[in-house]
Design a protein around this ligand. Structure first.
Ligand code: ADP
Length: 644
């Protein structure tokens, strides 16, 4: 690397020239200096702390591509537009691109003109993408929301753990891990998997003096009026009200609107266009209130959000911190009110219980995996139906087998390649020399024509032509890029090799079940931490900062506790046990569905209104007992069912 790149001057020059800023924010210079010196680094900055600049600026100074992996790329359009406006070539690859846009990005990727490419982690499941990226020099591999790689984090995602291998496989020269919420354990995990030296992990601390945090005890009956009163008592300003369920978002927005406030609702169930409208309206408004599920706010660049309310309890203190982190990015005083209601606990706990598979289902999963040939491929959907495990949970289990070294994940592939010629085959072939024309002609000959599209069975064609699959894919991609064919892919299948068989399937299944139960326990404990934080008899800001490994030296002086010097008390919930009549009906249902409902856990799921692939297949969601115990804690129902 040329010497000049190591001095800080070009860094400041680029900061001014491309971004128009005079100085770095806390932590930025330290992170960028490490990256330019060739080291991997971690940036733990609060939301709004300016993490993106830590990869945007180096992307201009390093030779090679900066690949940004973010689960939020759908929301990164603004960031990419802003970069483009500054003359920096940046693009994203996602399913919203049409064939032409896709081709253009691929072209810019190959000719090296692209500085930054944004992709979602799922993009690495795309064989075509992986083939292309393998040929590109990756100067920097930036992983946003990096806490997702850690099981200790609040949002562990198995596909994130795989990024570690992808970064290695594509020969990334350095990695930058970014997050706003990392406890000590999470940051240790991040640094260990990405090989980041301790002094390259820059944590700027969690404390934001302009945020005033308070919690108020409410119950179902008083919650609406308390929210309304609080909003009315305070000056108007851009406001987000977070709720757990989509239907609550609509209810609360209507309530506020009926009371003369400018409120709209937002959740992932709205159409893309509606979501964009609400978002744009909020960004340009100085008094707008958005009532939203947690889908809202990620990636929204609005610095003057004055109020963040939590109408429902957050799932964890990590979630809470991220959500309140969206307030007051401009540094002005902003208020965050949490309305704490114990009746929120059960639905939130049920989300957690719903993700724990039944031990019987895990056994079936293990047996099914190890009955496969050494090399096998599966469709997650089919496997999920067969083992009665939700697809996302199944992915976690498969990843766990990879991490425990029983399986090695291969490149997922599309079972289904289709193409549509955009010119006659004569015109297509005439552009190639004899040998290549024969190769392409052979692919055409081996493909099945339906009305418009040709179907390519890659495995059979590869065998018949005695050539690797990858060569066929490369040829089809090339033809697509030259606008000679349009190519469509579908039916992703995950490929695995069994690298070791367990000594005992049952013991392995038990181990996985125990892992799942441990995860459940951790998540339940995280929820409890929210309650404990609400009721804390000490400075609440301080406690939150300590949780993220940046304790305050003295009390903040401006949180709810510091102002009152007394703690909040919450009503404890009285749980309703199932009546004898209901239990009788449960026994009858179990005798009708002997196999499915033989397990106490699956039966409890039905009663608590939680689904599984087999529960929906058996039509039990329409049964009168489905969800009958929605207001009772899962554990209590489970114990009653287990006693039957
Ligand atoms: P994060 O990803 O940490 O939440 P962003 O990267 O979105 O934060 O940055 C938040 C805001 O701060 C953006 O509007 C960005 O343009 C601005 N910003 C970043 N770095 C600087 C800087 N050095 N000086 C001034 N503004 C900055």
């Amino acid at each position: 690397m040329p010497e000049a790149k190591l001095s800080t001057d070009p860094m400041h020059t680029a900061l001014k020239q491309y971004f128009g800023y005079d100085k770095f924010r806390d932590g930025q210079e330290a992170v960028i200096t490490q990256l330019l010196a060739g080291n991997s680094a971690a940036a733990v900055f609060p939301t709004g702390g300016g993490k993106s600049l830590c990869y945007q600026l180096p992307s201009l100074m390093l030779d090679g591509l900066t690949l940004v992996v973010s689960p939020l790329i759908a929301l990164m359009k603004d960031q990419i537009d802003a970069l483009t406006a500054r003359g920096i070539k940046a693009a994203r690859l996602d399913s919203t691109l049409d064939a032409n846009e896709y081709r253009q990005v691929m072209q810019e990727l190959r000719d090296g003109s692209l500085r930054l490419l944004y992709v979602a982690p799922e993009r690495f499941n795309n064989e075509r993408f992986r083939n292309t990226i393998a040929t590109v020099d990756i100067a920097l591999f930036a992983v946003d929301e990096a806490h997702c790689i850690s099981e200790w984090g609040h949002n562990f995602r198995p596909d994130y753990l795989k990024l570690v291998d992808f970064a290695k496989a594509c020969g990334a020269q350095r990695v930058l891990a970014l997050t706003a919420t990392a406890t000590k354990e999470v940051l240790n995990d991040i640094c260990s998997v990405f090989n980041i030296a301790p002094d390259c992990a820059i944590n700027t601390g969690f404390y934001r003096a302009n945020l005033q945090l308070t919690a108020t005890a409410v119950d179902d009956a008083s919650r609406d009026s308390i929210l309304l009163q609080k909003i009315k008592d305070l000056p108007l300003g851009p406001t987000i009200v977070y709720v757990t369920l989509q239907k609550t978002a609509q209810h609360v927005a209507e309530l506020l609107a009926e009371n003369g406030l400018q409120a709209k609702f937002y959740h992932a169930g709205l159409k893309e266009q509606q979501r964009t409208e609400v978002q744009d309206w909020f960004i340009s408004s100085n008094t707008g209130i958005v009532v939203a599920t947690i889908a809202f706010g990620m990636g929204i660049d609005k610095s003057n959000i004055r109020f963040v309310y939590h109408y429902n309890l957050p799932k964890s203190l990590e979630n809470y911190s991220q959500e309140i982190g969206r307030a007051g990015r401009d540094g002005e005083v902003s208020q965050c009110h949490l309305l704490a209601c114990t009746s929120d606990l059960i639905p939130l706990q049920n989300f957690i219980y719903g993700d724990t598979p039944d031990p019987g289902a895990i056994k079936k999963f293990v047996n099914t995996v190890f009955e496969q040939a050494t090399e096998f491929d599966i469709s997650l959907y089919e496997f999920s139906q067969k083992c009665d495990i939700r697809p996302l949970v199944l992915r976690t289990l498969l990843t766990q087998l990879e991490l425990k070294k029983y399986l090695a994940g291969g490149t997922p592939f599309y079972a289904n390649y289709q193409f549509k010629p955009l010119k006659t085959s004569q015109e297509i072939l005439s552009g190639f020399n004899e040998q290549r024309a024969k190769f392409i002609g052979d692919i055409f000959r081996h493909s099945q024509k339906s009305k418009i599209w040709y179907q390519v069975d890659l495995d059979n064609t590869a065998a018949a032509m005695n050539t690797p699959r990858e060569k066929l894919i490369a040829a089809l991609d090339y033809l697509a890029e030259q606008s000679l064919l349009e190519v469509k892919v579908a039916g992703v299948r995950n490929r695995y090799t069994i690298t070791k068989k367990p000594d005992s399937n049952d013991a392995l299944a038990k181990e996985l079940s125990d892992d799942a139960l441990a995860r459940e326990e951790r998540e339940i404990a995280r929820l409890q931490q929210c309650i404990d934080w609400v009721c804390l008899d000490a400075c609440q800001t301080s406690a939150l900062c300590a949780r993220f490994d940046s304790p305050l030296e003295k009390d903040c002086g401006h949180c709810g506790w510091c102002e009152r010097k007394s703690q909040v008390t919450l009503e404890s919930q009285t749980a309703l046990a199932l009546s004898a009549t209901v239990l009788q009906a449960v026994e009858e249902l179990r005798s009708e569905h002997k196999q499915l409902l033989s397990s106490a856990r699956t039966t409890t799921r039905v009663l608590c209104g939680l689904t599984s692939p087999q529960i929906s297949k058996a039509g039990l969601m329409q049964h009168k007992l489905f969800g009958i115990a929605q207001a009772t804690p899962f554990k209590i129902v489970f114990d009653q069912v287990a006693d039957l």
